[in-house]
Design a protein around this ligand. Sequence first.
Ligand code: UDP
Length: 238
Amino acid sequence: MEGLKYRRILLKLSGEALAGPQEYGIDPKAADDIAQRIREVREMGVDVAIVIGAGNLWRGKVGLEAGMDRATADYMGMLATVMNALALMDALERLGVVVRVQSAIEMHAVAEPYIRRRAIRHLEKGRVVIFGGGTGNPYFSTDTAAALRAMEINADVLIKATKVDGVYDSDPKRNPNAIKFDRLTYIETLNRRLEVMDSTAISLCMENKLPILVLNLWDPDALRLSLLGEIRGTLVHA
Ligand code: UDP
């Protein structure tokens, strides 16, 4: 399609995107809404890869705080991302979108193993690729996995989906005078400790000059218009 600002995107979804109103577990209805947004941009001709988190099911930190071994708790989190990946795959397939799930932790019965060149081939064929299993390593987050995969597949932008319409100087839900940023540099984001993504992920994007776009995926127009160049959210860049 003509006029696309970004032709290949890596979309980072937090696990809570699938949680629905109860803020826990997987709500197939929530998955349907997201799948709809993704189908729209796929139909615009955009290559779409997705990294999904698992905060709706399990976070390593919870186990750590309860005395668990950090690595074990983190592996549980990585496994949980694969459940979310399958839920999203299912929602997309019900809308007729062709999807492949690749997991950083091998589990042949449910997902392909992560193979970079194969993932790129899927994208070239117009398939949506969902990366489960994070980076495959404990002590990392799915934000970092998103930055890493975005680089590996040569994405034009990393899109961080949130429930607010960009990055603010304070929490807009608590502070009615919070100011939204249209643009930020990586350094400003790191120095002001703005909650865009964790610092490992931002540093990785900074080193490789990968722009990050923070937007509200629940706004039916935000993603589509942003991909056409009418940025609806906050752009983090060099
Ligand atoms: N995780 C990990 N390595 C990774 C990605 C994720 O160990 O490369 C674990 C970590 O315990 C994390 C959990 O998986 O808490 C779920 O991911 P995350 O917290 O990033 O999910 P989100 O906040 O995006 O829903």
